[in-house]
Design a protein. Sequence first.
Length: 463
Amino acid sequence: MTSKQYADYSFWLEDAGDPLIPRPAMQRSEEVDVAILGGGYTGLWTAYYLLRNNPGLKVAIVEREICGYGASGRNGGWCSPRFPVSASVMTKRWGAEAARAVLLALQAAVDEIRDVSQREGIDTCFRSSGTLTVARGAHQMPALKSAYAAYEQLGLAARYQFLSPGEVAERVRVTDVHGGLYTPDGASLHPGRLVRGLARAVEAHGGAIYEQTAVSAFHGGSKARLITDAGELRARKAIVLAGEAYLTQLKRMHRALLPVYSLICLTEPLTPTQWAQIGWQHGENLASTRNTVVYLTKTPDGRILFGSRGAPYKFASQITDQQDRHAETLALIQRSLIEWFPSLDGIRFTHGWGGPVGMPIDWTPAVRFDPGSRIAFAGGYTGQGVSTTNLAGQMLAGMINGYSTGFELLPFAQRRSPNWIPEPLRWLVVRYMQEAYERIDEAAEAGRRKPLDAFIAEMLGRH
């Protein structure tokens, strides 16, 4: 695959300021201290912290394509303290103290990404923009109030501010807004420049990266190793499984995660007149409380990124390039952007892309290391990975090198989610949930009652 083709996978890769020429592939079997599968944020952050805290360590990453090929180079540009499960669900599962610790650790990770970018000279276009969640329609207000009540219960209400429709309009002019919840926490950044710069930083600290090197299997124990066509990458201390959604293509990990797609559309740069009509001067991360998630980012070069649902789930957790460009979904996203900002009717969309994120059955990420098997894993970010991967990298480095990071007691440390159900039940359940949530949203937006089966979908997807 040529560098030009890699640039086609997302605007962020195209604009990464990097020729995307693949690094050399692994040529022969090799022995290292830590062998990492995956050249995305998780693998790179883990390698970075391993090497910074133990410079003599021998660390190697093997990546099937190029660093940033997956979600790390295709996401929405949010770097926020959001977690896949809500604050209220975290509180019910783990208690208020643990839920609060997770949110504070994630905001610390946002700040850490900024600091590392500065220290390593990575131009990530980091912008401490905060996050604004709006209720588009009266039906979305209860979710907004519920979120605020959960933060209040955790003693974090001071970091959140309820906004009236007029106060939201002072920040950004969106149609049908009934209220907003703003926090200065969270930032936006250029994902492609972060992942490519982080790969260079790992190499500068002594790590090896082999690209276009696919892993076909892995083994733990005293002879822990990653198996590739070129040979074995043997590890004295640990192997790290950091392939996120792509791990599902390995037989032993097939049901650990579900590859769920999210798709994104990007406008051409707006004119000063268009920005004057919209506002959005501070570039907050924007979202609504819709079940079918939507997220908006103002890019560094003045475009609007609008992300939402992805292609329908494919049988047996297939991952294909065709799902990245699901025409019906991209058209729906383009229409949604115009619904938010009618003044942009007729604007040109220059890019549309997508990719899979890894979703555990309980929506909860996991970061674990078993010294007995020497197998480490981090993943299951369900689309909230930019900050969580940094935290996971710090945690894994501490677990493998045997030092305290202060994050060992977080409730997703050393945990394991149940496996997804086998096919064909998996396909039936997942497709039903995708379709049901869309019907629930459509009914609410049309002022109709919830579909009769709404309680089933809400029970299955409670998060």
